[in-house]
Design a binder for this molecule. Sequence first.
Ligand code: SF4
Ligand code: SF4
Length: 667
Amino acid sequence: MDVPAVQLTRETFGNIPPSSVIAFYVIAAASMLVFCWGVWRRWKLWRQGRPVAIREILLGNFARLKPRLGRLLKEGLGQKRVRGRGLASWAHIMMFAGFMMLFLGTTLLEVDHLAGKVSEKLHFHHGWYYVIYEGALDVFGLLFILGISLFLWRRMRRPSSVGHRASDWTALYLFLGIGVTGYFVEGLRIVWDQPEGLALWCSPVGASLAKLFGEMSEPASRSAHLVVWWVHSLMVFGFFAMIPFTRLLHFITGPANLFFSTPSLGQLKPISIEEVEETGVVGVSEIAHLDQQQLLSLDACMECGRCDDACPAFASGKPLSPKAVVQDLKGLMQATANGESVGLHGDTIQAETVWACTSCNACVTACPVRVDPLGLLFDLRRDRAAEGALAGSAANSMRQMQTKGNPWGFPQAERLAWADGLDVPLASDHPNFEILWWVGCAGSFDRRAQKVTRAIAKLLIKAGVNFAVLGPNECCTGDSARRLGDEFLFQELAEKNHSTLKQHGVRKILTQCPHCMNSLTHDYPQFGDQFEVVHHTEFLQQLIDNGKLTAPERNGSVTYHDPCYLARVNGVHQSPRDLLGDGVSEMERRREKTFCCGAGGGRMWMEEEPDQRVSVLRAKEAIETGAETVAVGCPFCLTMMTDGVKSCGSGAVVEDVAENLAKRLGL
Ligand code: SF4
Ligand code: SF4
């Protein structure tokens, strides 16, 4: 390049008369005021909720702050949770990257301008910095426009999961206008301001546009530049002013929610009797019962519809859309602040919606900004359960749990009936066991699941494992009670189990039920218990790895259905596949992205309309693989998938991974 380095710059506000510069700053200030006022109004809405210890979060120890900052960096700046949705993800990433760079570039330009006012020496917008700056902004500007164009194209096809409001179109066209006029401002400036060679180096897009205006005289291009510069600036100010009043609010609330939310996969906040006595509140019956972070999260929702796309209740036609739950509560938050007398239960959220959730956690993991529709539903359920609104078969199962220690209502004395003819040691007779096998209610009482239990027992005995079971001293973990909202029944059962486990000095637990596994892993530690809990598929694989069992080749084709609480919530998805051996025919939705069988969240104990069965949807996916066997790793999935496969008229066999292995070993 033959241009001296000192000329590698451009004047900020070049060609803009002083009166326009003053007007620019006045309008900028007005736009910022509108922005701050809008955010302040939302802030007041969030403050209706139960307080969150913001000071403690921000000023507490760094170890607790670190994961929050990490989420902000990885999931906010790195867009980690946005990825994986094809075109929509790419469009968002391009738009986000473009926006961030243009915002940063404009801020740096202003800093340089103000620094220059203090001293000429403080100018840094020149030389190679200038070349890199201009080049980078040119490229990221293109990305920005491309991202918006993709979003517009997608929106024109009106996907049902995406909201369609006039303000969404306005925001997108405004963005497009800002991007395009930005290039026109640059192109018109280059006509009189820069030698072509330099412009092509620094601003290839702007320089190409400048060729379009090549015939223009300098005065004409200067006049056009001033006009387009104003259009561009007014659009930018309009954009900032509209942020708090449109879906664009997620620019602020999204990162804020990523920072303030607490990951809750598989967990529920405990409630204490003392707390209830003090507040008189169990769960959520009005908007002020949600905490401030939950209210902030309602504003973080940008209605992308990812939660709906992942939701089995929504897919099966039940009256539950996690996105609508979030948006309806957001509407209630505003209405309550306006003094309108709108109720929560019945008015805003219907009872059928509250009970339709299978607590599969798919919405929790799908949301790019960590909104937690499941956490909201759990809180609503707690209120309904406390009000005695849970009726029918589920209420009956809860009663049986309370009085008999299991949801089926079988006598506890029959807990070991499944072990007839097998040498299964009881913890009370065999205190020196290495691992306690938590059989669970389904494994103990459900006829079909008992066969799985027997298969596991034979495998453990063959491998020479030093185990024991609690037999009649085992009681339901209370997982379903907790997830149906009956926190105090759960705590009662947990307390009973806690003293049994303590009495036997249990530290390591083997379980065949992912719901028991989750409860023992995530719920029980909240009450002082800490165990190493292992699912039977992991344990059996360890026995094979240690040479205590072999895994003969499998005959016939098999597909594997990942239970939500095993794969998505607790990350166990490889060991079942390893146990099944090579050539598992995979369903599209698998591992952490599995699709529910319909039994979680206490739905196991509820009647389902025949045309709204989640199990049928999942069974169809399994059947489509063409596999002869559908393997599972959960007693609830076993029941649901068996029903689903039967309803579809398929002859596929549904069996637990352990049964499959035991068969291959001739046990
Ligand atoms: S947890 Fe599962 S069933 Fe419940 S709302 Fe979320 S996606 Fe739907
Ligand atoms: S809750 Fe999350 S996933 Fe659902 S629509 Fe809102 S932002 Fe999207």
